[in-house]
Design a protein. Structure first.
Length: 165
């Protein structure tokens, strides 16, 4: 007796989608400390595992999450859809990782060029800093006149040293 209506089916998929998104966000939080080239494929793998659908009943055109069908069929031996679900997981995984590889191949030379430009800018700034005179007193020494000339002491033994601010 099939009592699941179309509305119940959509509600179940909505709840699953919300829960899967929450799991993916937790996974992203757990993997944020990792090296980037390891973190991104692991996140992609988790997204593929959580969001890959597979056909459960071809007559009624019902689909379900492939990971759930695989686990239920293998652990409880309740159906014969495990191989279809595994093949769907592998197919979507290969497509996702192929697209990710294309993205990496596009992104890698752009990042190298950006890093080279950043290093050139830093080297130019260092060269400018090295060519500037090392002036500890940009406003002159205390007691200088307004043109930066030191005062001419009338009595060299009694020259006064002003405190610096």
């Amino acid at each position: 007796m099939d009592t699941m209506t179309e509305n119940d089916y959509l509600i179940a998929w909505g709840l699953y989608g919300f829960a899967a998104l929450g799991c993916l966000l937790v996974w992203m939080r757990m993997t944020r400390w990792m090296w980037r080239w390891l973190r991104e494929p692991l996140r992609l793998l988790m997204a593929v595992l959580l969001f890959t659908p597979t056909i459960v009943d071809p007559v009624k055109e019902k689909i379900a999450p492939a990971i759930a069908i695989t686990v239920l069929d293998l652990a409880l031996k309740v159906g014969n859809n495990a191989w279809r679900a595994i093949s769907d997981l592998l197919m979507y995984g290969m497509i996702a990782f192929g697209l990710y590889l294309i993205l990496v191949l596009i992104r890698f030379p752009i990042e190298r060029a950006s890093k080279a430009r950043r290093e050139q800018a830093e080297a130019a700034k260092a060269a400018v800093r090295a060519s500037e005179p090392d002036d500890d007193q940009p406003f002159g020494v205390a007691g200088d006149d307004r043109y930066g000339r030191p005062p001419v002491p009338s009595n060299p033994q009694r020259s006064r040293i002003e405190p610096r601010l």
